[in-house]
Design a protein around this ligand. Structure first.
Ligand code: PAF
Length: 313
């Protein structure tokens, strides 16, 4: 009898068994809803039980970068909710919206496996029951006028409106955003300050593939031939990074030499390669003291990729 009990306890404690148990537990946990009211009812129960709520808004086509946001949220909150909504109003090019990857079944399984508590999967009419909700009375100012803002007119107005709407619905304690979209992160922080939204906005480091390419939903659109070429963006960011860290503060000469590298490479249609102040995204005033951001956006074939590296002073 003692022997059987010891064996059972050992089995229960074995890592493999615990893993199976953990998977089973997570698999039974994910609630999926397409309705605002339903999500709000789930969350109300969590709030009544004094549970903290972490929110990861996404446009789906999830990858390990998104999962790292879910992990971070799970480590800091009792309940994690993710949304998957491909927001039409932030696409300045309708064909970009049409071809944006949609992999909802795989996304659902990934979220279930990652231990997410709630998946909010709204339709467009659920997010925008009134078309007045598609725009808000908020202007992020100069941070939204450069880089992505200059190349994608209306993009940040669309992002701000949908994030405001999602935060109003979910009312999380914390919301998590990837720093690959650094400018978006600054705009959302401004939005939170402007409306005094009681949610902590948290930026999470960019995850990279083994060759250095920043993880992005758009990477899945790259052809097999283009995929290995994409790492060039990271290599150029790294080149600028190394030069600055080596003491070069002649940013224009760094940019010029990298523009030549892009020309020689010939695979990309470059939107911008720039070195800016990380706080204001404007021209650097104090190159040796300010935090900096080196950022790039370029088309490889028909796929537009962005990436950045931050230099903390
Ligand atoms: O970064 C994204 O995926 C989107 O811009 C966001 C924040 C979910 C808003 O649609």
């Amino acid at each position: 009898m003692v022997n059987i009990t010891t064996k059972l306890v050992k089995k229960l404690q074995s890592a493999k068994f615990l893993l199976v148990l953990d998977r089973f537990y997570k698999a039974t946990m994910l609630k999926i809803s397409t309705k605002v009211i339903e999500v709000q009812n789930f969350l109300e129960i969590e709030r009544q039980n004094n549970k903290s709520i972490g929110f990861v808004p996404t446009m789906g086509a999830l990858h390990k970068g998104h999962l790292s946001l879910i992990r971070r949220s799970r480590s800091e909150n009792d309940c994690t909710i993710a949304s998957v909504f491909v927001n039409p109003t932030q696409f300045n090019d309708p064909s970009d919206f049409d071809k944006y990857p949609r992999t909802i079944q795989k996304d659902t399984e990934m979220l279930r496996e990652a231990g997410c508590s709630i998946l909010f999967l709204p339709s467009e009419s659920e997010i925008y029951p009134d078309s007045a909700l598609k725009s808000i009375n908020f202007s992020p100012g100069p941070i939204a006028e450069v880089l992505e803002g200059a190349h994608r007119p209306g993009h940040f107005a669309g992002v701000a409106a949908v994030v405001k709407r999602l935060l109003d619905i979910v009312q999380p304690h914390r919301a998590y955003f990837g720093l690959k979209d650094y400018q978006q992160f600054l705009v959302i922080k401004k939005l939170q300050q402007f409306y005094q939204i009681p949610t902590q906005i948290i930026g999470c480091e960019t995850l990279r593939e083994q060759d250095g390419l920043a993880m992005s939903s758009r990477n899945s659109l790259l052809s097999a031939l283009d995929r290995p070429k994409a790492v060039f963006l990271h290599q150029m960011l790294q080149k600028a990074f190394n030069q600055i860290m080596g003491g070069n503060i002649d940013f224009q000469s760094i940019i010029n030499s990298i523009l030549l590298d892009f020309e020689e490479n010939g695979n990309f249609k470059l939107d911008y390669f720039d070195i800016c102040s990380a706080n204001s995204l404007q021209k650097v005033v104090n190159p040796e003291k300010e935090d900096l951001i080196i950022c790039v956006a370029a088309f490889l074939g028909k796929v537009r990729l962005i990436d950045n590296l931050i230099i903390k002073r």
